[in-house]
Design a protein around this ligand. Sequence first.
Ligand code: PMP
Length: 426
Amino acid sequence: QPVDADSETPAAPRQVVEPEFDISQFAEYRRLKATMQQMAMTGVPNPYFTVHEQVVNDRTRIDGRELISFASYNYLGMSGHPAVTAAAAEAVKKYGTSVSASRLVSGEKPIHGQLEQLIADWVGVDASITMVGGHATNETTIGHLVGHGDLIIHDALAHNSIVQGALLSGAKRRPFPHNDYETLDRVLSDCRSQYRRVLIVIEGVYSMDGDFADVPEFVKVKKRHQAMLMVDEAHSFGTMGETGHGIAEHFAMDARDVDIWMGTLSKSAASCGGYIAGSKELIELLRYTAPGFVFSVGMPPAQVAAAIASLQTLDAEPERVQKLRENSELFLSLCQDRGLDTGDSGQTPVVPVITGNSMVALRLSHRLKADGINVQPILYPAVDESAARLRFFITCEHSEDQIRFTVDRTAHHLAELGFQTASVAG
Ligand code: PMP
């Protein structure tokens, strides 16, 4: 194969040369425009980039109108909580709005270490490290810890940041069927010996389906095959377990049985950024060598302080986690009573209502908005057409009335739309 003399990078196979740098002629841009045109033809306004004019908790404000909200990850009401807002403001006064450098050089503040110890204690492991984005944390950590000659085997529904990290790493990437640790076990029995390292990646709670992994079973598989196990707790940190400490607490398992815990601070912790938690050695290695940490700025003071205050507030107000659980159970059981398809959702604050048709999902969300309810449709190609849905994120701040009203209106419109779709199709 021809090799570029300067970089030693193999030249790409011969391609049709694009005549000029014109984004509007890119095939991917034309595909995007075609999808948007299709959406516009339904007559339903574009559901993306809706502007929210206030903190989003159980309610939001759109175009000056207050709506019940089921579309944000503010599961525990920490964003907008006075203690969290005050802590962020205080940190800005003390440390400014940026740490202005990588922490490795001059960006380290006392609150960075404080947050990292708090996270490690929350998760139940020795140490943790925080980075500026949740997506970036997965990308750089996965991209860095494995490489050529290794295997990354992840749940088929893994988040994009996990897949991107796997692509970056250069390791062989293989998905296994959703939550299916038995198939994973069989696959590893067949192929483990071909690889130096194997990294299994799963999530605590899956944000499309609202179901969760049987982590102790995955621990058995990883031990049997001498693999590493990484669990992304973006949606389980703060929401699962008696006191919200996550999926390890839910299963009453030893958190040290998982090699790499990952989570985001943008959801239950009302901040922004990601963390990796695990052994002292893992965190030391990342602190000195992970590109997305070493060559990137440290988390800004306001975000660090907000995350600390959120975790402290949640420990002081455990009833929030309890209320979140009650609200989620109520929402799910009401949906089930009305015969709505909620897939495998259960015991988590994410409840999908599967419409099986993107247009029905789009129209349903539009009708609910007219009723004063904001919920995001998930359309093809984000999911298969048959899996198109509305996705409800429950918060501890929703009232029983809001939940009953929402399920009632959803069932009502879905019955009408289902009838229309069936008659059009017929
Ligand atoms: N992992 C999972 C499972 C997620 O759902 C998300 C985002 N929703 C991320 C990682 C990325 O986190 P962030 O949005 O905080 O960058």
